[in-house]
Ligand binder design. Structure first.
Ligand SMILES: O=C(O)CCC(=O)C(=O)O
Length: 260
């Protein structure tokens, strides 16, 4: 089992992701879940709806059955202190500083959200690298995916292709929206290596922005809820004028005794 930050970073560098088990205790998860459940009952703040993206399985419009199904509670950082505290948690700050080997920042323009995957109208997300969303000088960002409940392929948990962060693909192996074309003969052997991830409540998946990942629909009766944040090195700021630079990043504070 992976234990030290140094070991975890080595695993992430090797396979493009690493799972840190039991990082967030129950009381802290429940505080976050309470905010999410309140928001699902009485929608508030900036939200992304399944019908906006219309990935496979999503309602055809906001007016259709299930049209009000929420996919993302955006700007988790500003939504509640519990999410801001998690985003800038000293353990995360120390991890990212060690990974980048320099000061790190939270991006508020990317992820910085709670992802909810609902039964029935929660959609399937095709194979992609998250770097498709972003504009930075170097494709070296790391995201944290905190499972607030159990996650597996049954409830729409993530699948990954180990090592894909280090693979080189031709531009036309991706479609116009930067999804990896699943039936392209060059991509079939790559996706044959995909594995489903199982996360227990409080587990944190850390994954590289070039790691291929996907997720199916939620075949259970319960909403799956995950908190997702993205970080980059201070020397790799978002490119000026892009969406990545549209919201100020948050520098992470690291106490000297936490840097490993
Ligand atoms: O939960 C999912 O459907 C996958 C989400 C994802 O990979 C993304 O939004 O980048």
């Amino acid at each position: 089992m992976t234990t030290t930050t140094k070991d975890q970073i080595a695993v992430l560098r090797e396979q493009g992701y690493v799972i840190v088990h039991g990082m967030v205790p129950a009381a802290r998860r429940e505080a976050m879940l309470a905010v999410v459940n309140d928001t699902l009952l009485v929608p508030a703040g900036s939200l992304e709806f399944e019908a906006d993206l219309r990935y496979p399985g999503a309602p055809a419009s906001r007016e259709a059955d299930g049209g009000a199904t929420i996919r993302r509670l955006r700007d988790a950082y500003a939504r509640d202190a519990a999410f801001a505290a998690w985003a800038c948690d000293p353990a995360i700050a120390a991890w990212m500083t060690a990974y980048f080997d320099e000061p790190a920042l939270l991006s508020r323009a990317h992820h910085n959200c709670v992802m909810t995957k609902h039964p029935l109208y929660g959609s399937l997300t095709g194979w992609h690298r998250d770097i498709r969303y972003w504009s930075f000088g170097r494709p070296d960002l790391v995201s944290t995916w905190l499972a607030l409940g159990h996650e597996s392929s049954e409830n729409g948990g993530l699948w990954v292709v180990p090592g894909s962060h280090a693979m080189t693909f031709a531009a036309d192996q991706f479609d116009s929206e930067q999804f990896f074309v699943a039936d392209d003969p060059r991509n079939v052997p790559v996706l044959a290596q995909a594995i489903p991830l199982t996360l227990a409540p409080g587990d944190v998946l850390l994954f590289h922005c070039r790691t291929l990942h996907a997720a199916s629909q939620n075949a259970t009766d319960h909403v799956k809820i995950s908190v997702v944040n993205t970080y980059h090195a201070a020397s790799n700021p978002p490119l000026p004028g892009t969406r990545s630079a549209s919201v100020p990043d948050v520098p992470l504070d690291v106490a000297a005794d936490q840097v490993q």
